[in-house]
Design a protein around this ligand. Sequence first.
Ligand SMILES: C[S@@+](CC[C@H](N)C(=O)[O-])C[C@H]1O[C@@H](n2cnc3c(N)ncnc32)[C@H](O)[C@@H]1O
Length: 452
Amino acid sequence: MIKLGDIIEVIIEKSVYGGDGLARIGKENFVVFVKDSIPNDKLKVKITSLNKKFARAEIVEIIDSKNRIKPFCALYNACGSCDCQIASYDFLIKQKSAILKDIFKNILSEDKILSIIPSPDDKFYRHKVQYPAQQTKNSKRILLGYYKKNSHDLTNIKYCPVQPEIINEITQFIRENFELNCYDEKNHKGLLKNVLLRISNATNDILLTLVLNCHENDFINYESAIFRFFKKITAQFPSIVGGFVNFNPKKSNKILGKDTLKVVGENFIIEKLGDKSYKIGATSFFQVNPKSAVNLFNIVKENIKPNSTILDAYGGVGAIGIYVSEKASKITLVEENENAISMAYDNFQINNIENYEILEGDAKKHFLNFEKEKRQFDYVILDPPRSGCNADGLKAIAKLAKNIIYVSCNPQTLRRDMSLLIEEGFKPKCVQGVDLFPYTHHIEVVGILNKN
Ligand SMILES: C[S@@+](CC[C@H](N)C(=O)[O-])C[C@H]1O[C@@H](n2cnc3c(N)ncnc32)[C@H](O)[C@@H]1O
């Protein structure tokens, strides 16, 4: 039996959800998860944790590897944002498809677990960037970038190849021109916590948000310096059409506080997916990879029959409902974020959609109300956060429609929720993956379910 600290030889059999490679050892086929490994790697690894069911290990030596390549980003080992750049994009897509087959094999036959659709761009795809800010101890240089994996050590990222080039220029300008100090989480002092940038693929317009460690009432102390900063940065980068501050004075891992204030310019940028236009605010959710989002939304659209009543739950700014609107006789959107709701009203209007209703508040509450009212829809589209849907909410949803299209950024919660819907009488038709996040372990999946 292996012990903690043992160094052993393994061959990686497959990738698993989350990014590790899986190897099996001994007669019992004991499972060892190895960080930063890919299938067919022959490795010397050190056991770093162990329980009765499996061990975790780190690479000590790469003995042989058929599939490894050099990462294309110079900061790959220092930055925790991309999980895997040690194989070609094609190879990684195949691994993601295999991971989906593994996750869904107990509820769907292999032919119904469709291969991942690759991202049209595997570089420059990330149209939303959130960088924490820090300052060096002595020289007080501003650092902006991503944390190293499983840490709060910041890697100062001057060039990131998966986001549009202008983001690198803007963040460098912030490093050199922001006059106030940055947040220090050890003593909860300092002002600038995070920098958020959202860029439109259609227009290249940008919204810039500075997340501040202060209450809105205290903003008066910083207002003139912040205003000066926004004036300077928008003069240098005219494509920054809107500048905001978000107030987040809490000690918390949450990036955004609840209040946001526009300091300069516009409230929104316009993004286009297919022939639809969307207003997106500084803090409202929108898919980070617009070209891949078109592939995702096309799957949803192809699975809807014309002239249908559609519930677009967890609808955000209306992205999916509006995209499929040609198929709809009426769209009902449910969303809890106020800012997203106000954008959703505008988005239905600018896309000339008339037959819609928008219901504000918690989705589960609405599902239960619909059930009470015996309301029926032809289709329910679900696109919840990573944690998926609540079981009681799902049981109510099961009574609202015969067709469910479930868009998920977490295949594991999707499988859990699809299993519950199967218990409620639905048959799973298929799942289809779409790669919205190249070189990360994330997988977006659409699950289609129907009942008679
Ligand atoms: C993954 S996003 C999807 C948004 C939209 N469908 C899209 O594609 O842009 C999830 C959305 O659910 C909203 N949300 C999260 N929890 C919710 C809840 N309990 N009730 C209603 N909406 C919620 C979020 O504000 C967010 O807009």
